[in-house]
Structure formats: C-alpha cells, structure tokens
Design a binder for this molecule. Structure first.
Ligand SMILES: CC(C)[C@H](C(=O)O)[C@@H](O)C(=O)O
Ligand code: SF4
Length: 466
C-alpha cells in the first residue's frame, strides 16, 4: 500500500520511531516564533542553562501585540510593550533572527515564512500558534505547538509526536466568479463541524484546489485548525514552485533543480488509503458567511439566519439559540439584510497581496458606506510595500478605508484595533468566537471580496450585489 503526502513527510523526519507507548521523535526544519507564546520557553532555556540548538532554523517576528499605526512610537499598552520587549531581549540573548516593527520583513508569522521562501515542500514547520497549519499549503507538515513544546524545539530541534490520521478533502469542479477558497473552507467547516477534523491531517485535493493560487491555498490550510484538525496540506505542484522560485531562502541553481525533483515526489500515492474522505462540489458553491460564534456556524450568504425551532437535536438547538443571542440576530432574517459597523480586511487568513488586490478591484471608483469603518491591514510590511507599488493603498484610501501597517490587528483583541461592545464586523479573519475582536464585539467571517462589497453596501453583500 502506498503512502499519503502527510505520511511521506512524517517518515522523512523520523529521528526515532517510538516503541510501545512512546511517541515518535521528529526533526523540525523550521521553527517560527512570536511574542505571545515564547517568553516562558526562553525562560525555561535560561533556567536550564541551555542554548537554542539551531538559531539558523528559527525565525521570530512581532505580530500579535503590535499597533498598526504609529510604529515609530513606543507601544502604549504596558502588557503589549512588555511582550514585544521580552521577545527582543530573548532573541538578542539567544541569537535568534527577529523582524521587529519598522523592518520590511516584519509581519504576521504565517505571512512572513512563506514570503521569505522559508516554508518549503516536504519540510516540518512548527510555531507556538495554531494557525501554523497555513504553511501546509506548500506540502509542508506544519502545526501549532504549546509553549512547553516551543521550549523543547528551541533546545533540541526535535519534537515527540503521535501519528495523525489522514482525511482527504476533495474539492472538484470550478469555482464561480466571486467565490473564493475562503468560501470553500467555510463550507468544509460547516459540513464537518469544528470537531470534525480532530486527530486528522486534512489533505485538500481535486481540480478546484489544483487551480488555486498559493495565496488561496494558504487561506484553506490556515483554517484547517478551525475544523479541529492538527494540520492541512496540499501537494506541491508547478504553482508552488513558481511561487517559491527566486525567494530569498529558496534553493538556487543546481540546488533548485534537485529540490524540485524531490518536491515532485511529494504526492499521495494512487494506492494510498485515507482514514476518511469528504467531497465538496466547487461548481455549486456560493459566497459563505458565518452567522454564529464558531467558524462552523456558516451558511451561503443568500440564505437566512437559521431558526433554532427547526433544529431537532437539542444540543445543537441550544447552541444556535445562544449564538443568535450573542450575535443579536433574529431567526429568519435574510443575511443580506444584516448591517455591519466595521469591515476588517487582513489577518494570516486573508491579508496577502492577492486578497488586497481582489478587494481593491471592487472598491475602485466606489465608496465605503458612510455607516461603515473599514480597516485594511496588510499581513506583512512586504505585502504593504507591494500593495503601495501597485497603488492599492490609494484605491483603499480614496474609497474611505484606513490603510495600516502589518500585524494581527483586529483578528484578535491583543492590540489597539478592536471592536467596541455591541459592534458588528464583517471580517476576513478566521475566528468569530465571542469577544474575539474586542469585548462584546460580533464577528461575521467572510472572504475579501465579500468584505469589500459589504463595506460599500453597509450590509452583508457579495460582489454580484454591486
Ligand atoms: C496567540 C496565539 C497563541 C493564538 C493561536 O494559537 O492561534 C492566536 O494567533 C490566535 O489566532 O488565536
Ligand atoms: S492574524 Fe489572527 S489568526 Fe493569524 S496569527 Fe494573528 S491572531 Fe492568530
């Protein structure tokens, strides 16, 4: 029997196969670090008198706690300032490369790794951050780890792990115009549920995935964790190689040719067997939007707010009632009638250049509704620079949106970009939990083009409504 992509990468990284109840020990090729989950890990090293084993395979960036305006000013919030200062001190002491605020390579850790060409097919990538699954779009085995594991990887460049199960997500057909990979992943999560991927590595495949850009693939892999999965992966192909070629850390010359040769072998064998399979019909998908307080509570935008009365399962009915109450939504309301106060375009899910381009395209010669505040936050300073070279910033500001510097921003309330209590947002990020974007804030997850159309009309809208 053949192997799946995930099994191939796993086997290539085995330092030692676990015997009996012991887990396997895997080698880690790339360790990404940010200010939130690293302080205790560095402190642990310090207390044990240990060094970072492979500083050359470790890269840190500031993202969660950074303000997205006034980068030249000291951080006003004392907690955020301490987090960022601590990261700076730790990186200096342990010799870890750090991209700080103001640096061209600074940005959200999951945007920075791929853009530098550090995320490569067949590698193992970890970070103390659940959305590390993003990097799986390159055919890397990439997953989030906890702070004690961060310390273990810093000290040894290895990680004890138990094998995952594998699930194929087959997305067949052609997406209609205005329908994006964000809609696909929201549809997947609403189908299998936020626990449906638990214990699995999801492998996205099929004709619709093959025709997606790297940015679109990263959006899907990013949200694998929202289905409860350990990781998401996509087999590398010409699109992957094209994206990587010439990036600062990508192999060059003869090394490049050898790498591509190897990368081409990273496909699930035709006789391999997945532990589970799900099939999604790309042809019939329409833009998706969440109405509730977890990413699985989503429906096509053309539908209505669900009615708890129609839900037979008691637990599901209670969950729906609770979510509708928090979201201040009435059952049966067409989602297109729901008015928002804020639109957030950004995050490691949808803060890449292609996301900005597609939203700018719709905002050109249009205006953000006077009832709406729109924040556009590039995922990295490199993305910001590229967008400015293309004049996208001018399109956004001419439409009345705010153009910011890179960071996690309104994806989560760890920095000044937050919703006020009761405020409602259409957001291109990945989590709509209660209070995620600020205490009492209400979040509808959407794609970048739905975000742009919503900003113009003031109510949840798709590009075809413009
Ligand atoms: C702060 C960090 C640990 C967290 C994560 O693990 O995902 C954050 O990035 C998030 O998106 O909630
Ligand atoms: S952008 Fe959001 S999801 Fe991504 S790392 Fe930052 S907080 Fe987490």
């Amino acid at each position: 029997m053949g192997s799946t992509l995930a099994e191939k990468v796993w086997n290539e990284h085995l330092v030692r196969r676990g015997t009996g109840h012991e887990p396997d020990l895997l080698y880690i090729d790339l360790h990404l670090v940010h200010e939130v989950t690293s302080p205790q890990a560095f402190e642990g090293l310090r207390l044990a008198g240990r060094e970072v084993r492979r500083p050359d395979l470790t890269l840190a960036t500031e993202d969660h706690n950074v303000p997205t305006e006034g980068a030249e000013l000291p951080i006003a919030d004392p907690v955020s300032r301490t987090q960022v200062d601590t990261l700076r001190k730790n990186c200096a002491e342990f010799g870890v490369r750090l991209h700080s605020m103001g640096d061209t390579e600074q940005g959200i850790v999951h945007v920075v790794g791929p853009q530098l060409g550090l995320t490569q097919p067949g590698t193992t990538v970890v970070c103390g951050d659940s959305h590390t699954s993003t990097h799986g779009a390159f055919g890397a085995l990439a997953f989030g780890i906890g702070t004690s594991e961060v310390e273990h990887v810093l000290a040894t460049q290895t990680l004890p792990l138990r094998p995952f199960r594998t699930m194929a997500i087959n997305v067949e057909g052609t997406l209609r115009p205005g329908v994006t990979s964000k809609d696909v992943i929201l549809a997947v999560i609403s189908r299998i549920g936020t626990g449906g991927g638990q214990g699995y590595v999801l492998e996205y495949r099929g004709s619709a995935v093959e025709s997606m850009s790297m940015e679109a693939r990263m959006t899907m892999c990013n949200m694998s964790i929202e289905a409860g999965a350990r990781a998401g992966m996509i087999a590398p192909d010409e699109t992957t190689f094209e994206y990587l070629k010439g990036r600062s850390h990508a192999p060059r010359d003869a090394d490049w040719d050898a790498a591509v040769e190897y990368w081409k072998s990273l496909r699930t064998d035709s006789d391999a067997v997945y532990d589970a399979e799900v099939t999604i019909d790309a042809d019939t998908l329409t833009p998706f939007v969440t109405w509730g307080t977890n990413p699985g509570q989503g429906v096509p935008l053309g539908e209505r707010v669900p009615d708890p009365e129609e839900i037979a399962d008691e637990e599901a009915r209670a969950a729906t009632e609770k979510a509708l109450e928090y979201m201040d939504l009435t059952a049966g309301t067409p989602l297109r009638d729901v008015a928002v106060d804020t639109v957030f375009l950004g995050s490691c899910t949808n803060g890449r250049i292609e996301d900005l381009r597609s939203a700018a395209e719709l905002l050109r010669d249009r205006e953000v509704s006077s009832d709406v505040r729109m924040l556009v936050v590039p995922g990295s300073m490199r993305v910001r620079q590229q967008a400015e070279e293309e004049g996208l910033n001018e399109v956004f500001t001419a439409a009345g949106a705010e153009w910011r510097s890179a960071g996690c921003s309104m994806c989560l309330g760890m920095n000044p970009d937050q919703l006020s209590p009761g405020e409602r947002a259409a957001s291109t990020s990945n989590r709509n939990f209660e209070g995620r974007q600020g205490k009492g804030g209400r979040t509808h997850l959407v794609s970048p083009v739905v975000a742009a159309a919503t900003a113009v009309r003031g109510t949840l809208s798709s590009p075809e409504d413009l």
